[in-house]
Design a binder for this molecule. Sequence first.
Ligand code: ADP
Length: 669
Amino acid sequence: MFQKILIANRGEIACRVAATARRLGIKTVAVYSDADAGAKHVAVCDEALAIGPAPSKESYLRYEKIIQAALATGAQAIHPGYGFLSENEEFADSCARAGLVFIGPPASAIRAMGSKSAAKALMESADVPLVPGYHGENQDADFLRGQADAIGYPVLLKASAGGGGKGMRIVERSEDFEAALKSCKREAINSFGDDRVLVEKYLIRPRHIEIQVFADTHGNCVYLYERDCSVQRRHQKVLEEAPAPGMSETRRRSMGQAAVAAARAVGYVGAGTVEFIANQDGSFYFMEMNTRLQVEHPVTEMITGTDLVEWQLRVAAGEPLPLRQDELSIHGHALEARIYAENPEKGFLPSIGTVRRLRTPAAAHFEPGAGAGAADPAAVRIDSGVREGDAISPFYDPMIAKLIVWGRDRDEALARMSQALAEYQLVGLATNVAFLKRLVESAPYSRADLDTGLIERHRDALFPPAQATALPALALAAAALLDGEGHPGGGDPWAGTGGWRMNGTLVRRLAFSDEAGSQVVELGYQRQGWSLQAGGQRASVALVGREDTQFTLRLDDAVVRGNVVREGETVHVFTGGRHVTLHHGDPLAHAGELEAEGGRLTAPMPGKIVALLTEKGAVVEKGAPLLIMEAMKMEHTIAAPAGGTVEELLYAVGDQVSEGVQLLAFKAA
Ligand code: ADP
């Protein structure tokens, strides 16, 4: 076994790999960009070396630097994590040339699976079922359109070199093909430096089911069952689970065997995932093979009692697989939710900023491999590279954490997931926590009515209209504001006796605004506390206790508990499993501000202008796409907020813009 490894990654996966290495007594070397000098992955490794500026191209993707770092620190092997260099055959080759072990498959297997098109050709010859489509070399636009016409709409365009849903475009009609092809190629060249595409039949209501495979250098290859990753937004996974609901033993075996056949066809070694797209009737087609550890590998670890990073290390060190196929079995059910810095209400736009407050549900310290099979694994696991005070920058993936839960069955796991999400407290940037909670509690997800369109189809239920903040949350916010401000009489404003009063009565008015509008809370001084009135409701309220940010109140006869965190004029209340954001201050002033923001066409985040879809003087309708920005490696369309006239375009294609700058002058009709 190795004595020291270098981890060529950042964030949660670097921390995850380091945890297993530490358990096995292997020393770790971290590498970091200038933006990550203070990052958690640097703190949890034994040594760390700087490799360059923040942009990944100048740091995490510079493999000569990384190989030098490994040689300089005496590391014997490099773990690439996922993303970055994990599926880069040149990097794998360079490691070997430098006498370092690449903890991953042979470069030839990465090459074979690296292009979705080439992989399909290979699988076709190995008799693995494929989605009808064209995956050849001819990239002529008219030819491709002809292929799409022949396949029948809707079709899906994919970047051959693709990953992470980037470049993917659904085309509904022949007339739309050309525009979609352009946009797909543009994103493909930006993200992968390769604009080749393939065309596939777009399946209706499919499920994404993938098989974890593992092979060693002694000719053994096993499958560690399936993961269902059907719940996606923008073709990217949001919730994953293992095993897949409704999977029969026969189908499990045939998919497992097809995956092993795919791995064997390319002489695979190490951890890999064969992705299938499955119809509701159970028929399945090969989509692609990911030649690395997947983000969602923890759900497989939880149900099989394995530590897949330990397996990777053992296999890379030349040891045989720890278990044979007949020694593997499924124990219980596991779910993973990806907690992202993003705004689900605004089309899942990534959000950047600093995590000002982070409280997580109680999770067992991750003990990889603990309780293999016998005892129940820890019920809640959190894999994260982000701590309170850390920033989510525009340079890297906006994932904050992976929340993984285990239960004896799916229902138990679901209940735990919903409880764990309720206990998450994140302040400082927009997150998808509340959305995830609605999603796991939604009827279709609870009854496992899964397919890749679940979120879109249940949009109305998953994005309910904003509701006025309920009395308990308002009472908590008011309590925190009054408690924080001290008090002119010097006494405790909550003390029922003594206290202070003005002419015998005192009414305090606090103005709040939330997504649904503004609310005025009136607090009247009473002998035993205060009377509270808001939105036509009235209750008596008394402060029972306060500990740091946690307040306990009596609201009439009920006890109400919650955490209140102030960020300037914003008050965050966490109570009853919800996060309520209130603005405190003059509600009218605030409403004006919000309106102005909606009318100005500003960059939601730093990025680059990639296309202008309108021109000076154009008269457009509400919702008309005006320009496309690329930020955080994704395209964002800026649309007209109302019908009106484009008065001026302020930037050209290729310009870099910073967050909040005005992009164009627009006059609403
Ligand atoms: P990437 O490598 O960019 O993640 P994949 O090929 O793995 O792309 O596909 C990502 C997701 O896109 C799938 O999980 C599925 O939801 C959807 N998808 C892919 N191919 C099809 C198809 N032919 N029909 C319908 N949906 C598809």
